[in-house]
Design a protein around this ligand. Structure first.
Ligand code: 3PG
Ligand code: MG
Length: 380
């Protein structure tokens, strides 16, 4: 296995040019940050580098703007937040990735920070474009990846950039999460249950395939479950669904049978006629054409609680419903509560994944640290 070089604590970074890839992909409502956990987690390392007088160019993405400028996905609110928290001169760069940024970043004094606008506004980022990666690489003598949650992406600021900087390191957040995953893999106890939510089954298919090798149960919740319901010929009304997902679902179900892994999908759900509406509980067989499925129902919650009670390791990625409307947060809250209770009671090993999951749990009022194995948070 490739050895990971961690950023050495004592490295002299005074007046050195650092490019730091962070994950500031936080949920926004308009210009308001809904959950700042990810930014807060990125702060200590940045504060340390500032104190040690490094010249820092920061790169992050926000959402998936598909290579186009989209004001609703500007990092501006995050820049303002960071500027308040970091006591140094901080600049925001909204131009192209060309000589101008090179010049601007060369003006940085030791301890100052330049944040580049959402790097996914450039299509070259997601294309992992060599030239673009080179230009990003030229902004620093040292590159540090401190963004575990996007490290699986083959994109310029994560992948190809590493060809163009001499010194490259994994930052402390990456280290923390790798150690956490390692310890879960070493210590996991059967039965293992994975709860997967969120919306897109196609982006998680590889994760699901990998998990099936060692999991006893995979519980599918959130909008992702709708694809399974459609495959099983249930009506889902106007609920979110991915195009052409049948093939992916079939692959998962076949593989699960072979690996003797039980796939659990919702039996009932909470629906409404709109995202802002109130919840009506319905069996999965009685969804109407104008219903939108927005959460799992009480019977499904009971089934999931029972499975968690009978598990010794639980991994969870993605909320169970549209928790942003509190009428549809009960599934997510119930899962968070059950994992939290069992983690305290019988030292259940639990792993949490994804920015949405973290903000859903913060939203539920449950202490995040109670849910995580050895106080670690892991994203997958
Ligand atoms: C996340 O929230 O999962 C990370 O920020 C990565 O985002 P992505 O899934 O759009 O690459
Ligand atoms: Mg993701």
């Amino acid at each position: 296995m490739l050895e990971i070089k961690y950023f050495p604590h004592n490295l002299n970074v005074e007046n050195k040019k650092l490019v730091v890839r962070v994950d500031l992909n936080v949920p926004l409502k308009g210009r308001e940050i809904q959950d700042s956990t990810r930014i807060e987690q990125a702060l200590p390392f940045l504060q340390d580098l500032i104190k040690r007088k490094a010249k820092i160019t920061l790169i992050s993405h926000l959402g998936r703007p598909n290579g186009m400028r989209d004001n609703t996905l500007s990092l501006l609110p995050i820049y303002k937040y960071l500027k308040r928290k970091l006591s140094t001169n901080m600049y925001f760069y909204t131009g192209e990735i060309n000589d101008e940024i090179k010049i601007k970043s060369s003006y940085l004094k030791g301890g100052e920070v330049l944040l580049i606008e959402n790097i996914r506004f450039f299509k070259e980022e997601t294309e992992n474009d060599e030239k673009f990666s080179k230009k990003l690489g030229e902004l620093g003598e040292i590159y540090i990846n401190n963004a575990f949650s996007c490290s699986h992406r083959k994109q310029s600021s994560i992948h190809n950039i590493t060809k163009f900087v001499k010194e490259i390191y994994a930052g402390p957040l990456l280290k923390k999460e790798i150690i956490a995953i390692d310890s879960v893999i070493k210590n996991k106890k059967d039965p293992v249950t994975c709860i997967i939510g969120g919306s897109k089954v196609s982006t998680k298919i590889n994760i699901i395939f990998n998990l099936m090798k060692s999991a006893d149960n995979i519980i599918i919740v959130g909008a992702m479950a709708n694809n399974f319901l459609v495959y099983k010929k249930y009506e889902i009304g106007k609920s979110l669904k991915e195009e052409n997902s049948d093939e992916v679902v079939e692959k998962i179900l076949n593989e699960a049978e072979e690996k003797e892994c039980k796939i659990v999908i919702p039996d009932d759900c909470l629906v409404s006629k709109s995202f802002e509406g109130v919840a009506v509980s319905k069996n999965i067989r009685s969804i109407e054409k104008d219903d939108i499925i927005l959460d799992i129902g009480p019977d499904t919650i009971k089934i999931i609680e029972e499975i968690i009670d009978n598990s010794n390791t639980v991994m969870w990625n993605g909320p169970a419903g549209y928790f942003e409307n509190k009428n549809f947060a009960s599934g997510t809250n119930a899962i968070a509560q059950k994992i939290s209770d069992n983690t305290k009671k019988k030292s259940l090993i639990s792993v949490l994944g994804g920015g949405d999951t973290i903000s859903a749990i913060n939203n539920s009022g449950i202490d995040l640290s109670l849910l995580t194995y050895q106080q670690q948070e892991v994203r997958f």
